[in-house]
Design a protein around this ligand. Structure first.
Ligand code: XIL
Length: 360
């Protein structure tokens, strides 16, 4: 990880934003390949579901929908199913945007992966107010999980029940509101409520840098093994795979193999390769690294037993839809982290993914 790169938390929660005019100029500059790379539909080329993170805003764009429906068979809501969208200040729930994502998936025959129920970043006032009363807090905690996971029971194929439980550096687990009240039992408690809400969904823990940080992966796996020993209803592991193009060959494959040694389903859950780092690498070399890592990740997932291949999700549809092209992560507005360029044309990474997945 690049030492001068702002932490994940800073990126996710900072109020910073480029002056919108400057950003709009960057974004409108667009990033299109000279010539698209002939590639079959990704979902037809892989022995596992191929997913994308989508947004209600993206669904208003016909080109976005064409790339999505041609190439992907599964969707994850980028933001619309998160607590910060659903839980209102007065403690009520609003499912309007989440329902739009679910309805779109249903209408277009797309699998729906739920993301996410409990995350260290969430600390809503309505929960903070109950933190001194464990019984009341657990009633609210369970009620939220039952309401959200229960609403999509029968449609969602899986849920990221707890997102990013491991500390940034891998040394222990994140401090968060949920842990303050329950200790680390917040994880199995959430899994149990999610299982009550939806008896059929695959229940995941999901985290990042499991590929680039073996210490973080080991801490993650210690939590998983403890949950398995306790008989918690955990069914899958999400390795987000937000990586840089200079990540060593074999790192992703090693992570997938080690996570799969638990016997649980594996979801490459948020794949993207930022071209914003490392700075001294040429754009051509970064694009080549992006393709190399896409192929490796696809190969690693395809090599698993069929029962463990949950899916491969890119965190966005086209480069310009990526969270890495929007504040506060936008950089200079030219990032190209996904398989399709700003015009929806397949990039070398898409062809590399197809090769790795074993497709034509
Ligand atoms: C990101 C969304 O893509 C952004 O739109 C939002 O501003 C911040 O969150 N890991 C996760 C995702 O699990 O939920 C995050 O999604 C990206 C990092």
């Amino acid at each position: 990880m690049n030492a001068n790169r702002p932490s994940r938390r800073a990126l996710l929660t900072a109020g910073l934003a480029l002056p919108m005019g400057a950003l709009a100029a960057c974004r409108d500059r667009g990033q299109a390949l000279a010539a698209p790379v002939p590639t079959p539909p990704l979902k037809a080329a892989a022995p596992f579901p191929v997913g994308a993170a989508i947004s209600v805003g993206g669904l208003e764009d016909a080109d976005y929908q064409e790339v999505l429906l041609t190439n992907f068979s599964q969707v994850t809501a980028d933001w619309e199913m998160k607590m910060e969208q659903i839980l209102q200040l007065d403690g009520t729930f609003s499912f309007a945007k989440a329902d739009m994502i679910a309805a779109y998936a249903r209408e277009h025959g797309l699998r729906l992966h739920g993301h996410n129920l409990i995350w260290y970043i969430y600390k809503p006032a309505s929960f903070e107010a109950l933190a001194g009363d464990r019984a009341a807090f657990e009633r609210a905690y369970g009620n939220y999980i039952l309401a959200v996971a229960g609403r999509y029971a029968g449609q969602a194929v899986g849920w990221d029940v707890v997102n990013e439980p491991v500390a940034e550096d891998g040394d222990g687990y994140r401090d968060c509101l949920w842990r303050r009240v329950f200790g680390m039992d917040y994880v199995p408690i959430a899994l149990e409520y999610a299982r009550r809400a939806d008896p059929n969904a695959v229940l995941f823990l999901n985290d990042y840098n499991l590929e680039s940080n073996p210490k973080k992966r080991a801490t993650f796996l210690r939590l998983v093994e403890d949950l398995q020993r306790r008989g918690a209803p955990i069914g899958g592991l999400g390795t987000q795979t937000h990586v840089q193009p200079d990540l060593a060959s074999g790192a992703i494959a090693a992570a997938v193999r080690e996570l799969a040694s638990t016997g649980l389903k594996i979801h490459v859950s948020e794949f993207d390769v930022t071209l914003q780092h490392p700075r001294l690498m040429s754009r051509e070399a970064k694009l080549a690294g992006e393709a190399r890592l896409a192929q490796e990740a696809a190969e690693a997932l395809a090599a698993l037993p069929a029962a463990q291949r949950y899916g491969f999700t890119t965190w966005g549809v086209r480069d310009k839809d990526s969270w890495l092209r929007h504040p506060p992560n936008a950089g200079d507005g030219t990032d190209a982290p996904l398989f399709f360029d700003d015009l929806g044309q397949a990039k070398p990474a898409a062809a590399a993914f197809v090769r790795g997945a074993g497709g034509a």
